[in-house]
Design a protein around this ligand. Structure first.
Ligand code: OSB
Ligand code: MG
Length: 371
């Protein structure tokens, strides 16, 4: 393959429901769509799903734009490659900036799998024909408002709900959701908001009584020792998200006993090849994985669905239908779920067309790199 032209498109979509985590609240998102064109005019799309602010990871939309425009696309355009696993090699000198890399990497996989006539899921080694989706619910103004959101999503058929928690919004909302939904597969995600004070540790240990399927990322990203210590004291599996950016991080976390479950995000790992490698390594150690989301638009969401079709993704992934997030998505058809199950596309490539007119109408700015 030879990419002869590449462009970036900053697209803004309003969220159907405001999303609040331990760090911030959002009612619209700006993601960068990446469009690659090969020598025959074939097109592949990817998505840089970085948040605008550096509160989840150090990256922002602006740093992603800069790094993609100045380093990643110029490194890729004009280079010949046979398989998308070679694409990260074109920018091997660039350290970090994994969200930016992931968006370009997804576009290369989409381009290549479409050209090869295989669905992206099969190109990645996926075997499932459908994937089970869970929903992630933000912090709500009141427990009643949260119960209403849980009821809405359970009513829509989703079999698993994840609740964002933070110090002061943990045991009580979990207790009430569990009381109202005794059988629901439920887990919590703190996005690293807890410290190791006696009070904070007491709250985290108290969560062990509610039959949660996991406690995700209670402590800061680099604090693997606190995760390992908490895992020794609770039955509930500890899941890592922000702590695992690389395979080396995962190896260290496994040796320390800092996790029993892994959240794999394509963006956080820097692309689909890296996400598959994390899946393989976790599998060798008997660690179940699931695919986390960054409120992706349809392009990134389709990549998440394809990844979730790999055999080790045995827990529900954050790949809810497009309409959980956006009234209108950038792909046609949008991602759909029936009773919380999403079908893996069987058409070549991403398996969804990008709605060019809608992308054009929602684009705030764009840039082009050609060879
Ligand atoms: O920690 O999983 C997270 C969204 C923004 C930042 C961090 C996270 C999330 C989500 C979104 O939970 C899940 C989804 O895309 O449905
Ligand atoms: Mg998380």
């Amino acid at each position: 393959m030879l990419v002869t032209n590449a462009s970036l498109h900053l697209v803004r979509l309003p969220l159907v429901h405001e999303f609040r985590t331990s760090s911030h609240a959002k009612n619209h998102l700006d993601h960068i769509l990446v469009r690659l064109v090969d020598q025959d005019g074939a097109v592949g799309w990817g998505e840089i799903a970085s948040p605008s602010d550096p509160y989840y990871s150090p990256e922002t939309v602006d740093t992603c734009w800069l790094v993609a425009e100045r380093y990643l696309l110029p490194a890729l355009v004009g280079q010949r490659w046979q398989h998308p696993s070679e694409v990260p090699g074109t920018w091997a000198k660039v350290r970090g900036h994994r969200f930016a890399k992931a968006g370009v990497d997804i576009a290369a996989w989409a381009l290549w799998s479409a050209d090869d006539g295989v669905p992206l899921a099969r190109a990645l080694g996926g075997t499932r024909t459908s994937v089970v989706a869970g929903v992630s619910l933000g912090i709500e103004p009141t427990v009643d408002a949260l119960l209403e959101q849980v009821a809405k999503q359970v009513g829509a058929g989703y079999p698993r709900v994840k609740l964002k928690i933070a110090p002061g919004w943990d045991v009580e909302p979990v207790r009430q959701v569990r009381r109202a939904f005794p059988e629901l597969m439920l887990h919590v995600d703190a996005n690293g908001a807890y410290g190791e004070s006696a009070e904070e540790l007491r709250a985290l240990r108290a969560l062990d009584d509610y039959g949660l399927s996991m406690i995700e990322q209670p402590f800061g990203p680099r604090n693997l020792l606190a995760h390992a210590a908490l895992q020794r004291g609770v039955e509930t599996p500890i899941c890592l998200d922000e702590s695992v950016d690389t395979l080396d991080d995962l190896r260290t976390a496994i040796v320390l006993g800092a996790l029993k479950v892994l959240n794999i995000k394509v963006s956080r790992m820097g692309g689909l090849g890296a996400a598959v490698a994390a899946h393989d390594l976790a599998g060798e150690h008997g660690i179940p994985v699931w695919c986390g989301g960054m409120h992706e638009f349809g392009v990134g969401r389709a990549a998440n669905v394809a990844l979730s079709s790999l055999p080790g993704f045995s827990l529900p992934s954050d790949v809810s239908a497009s309409d959980k997030y956006y009234a209108r998505d950038v792909i046609v058809p949008p991602v759909a779920a029936a009773a919380g199950v999403v079908q893996v596309p069987t058409a070549p490539g991403l398996g969804h067309a990008v709605d060019d007119a809608f992308v054009a109408a929602t684009t705030l700015r764009s840039a082009e790199v050609s060879g």
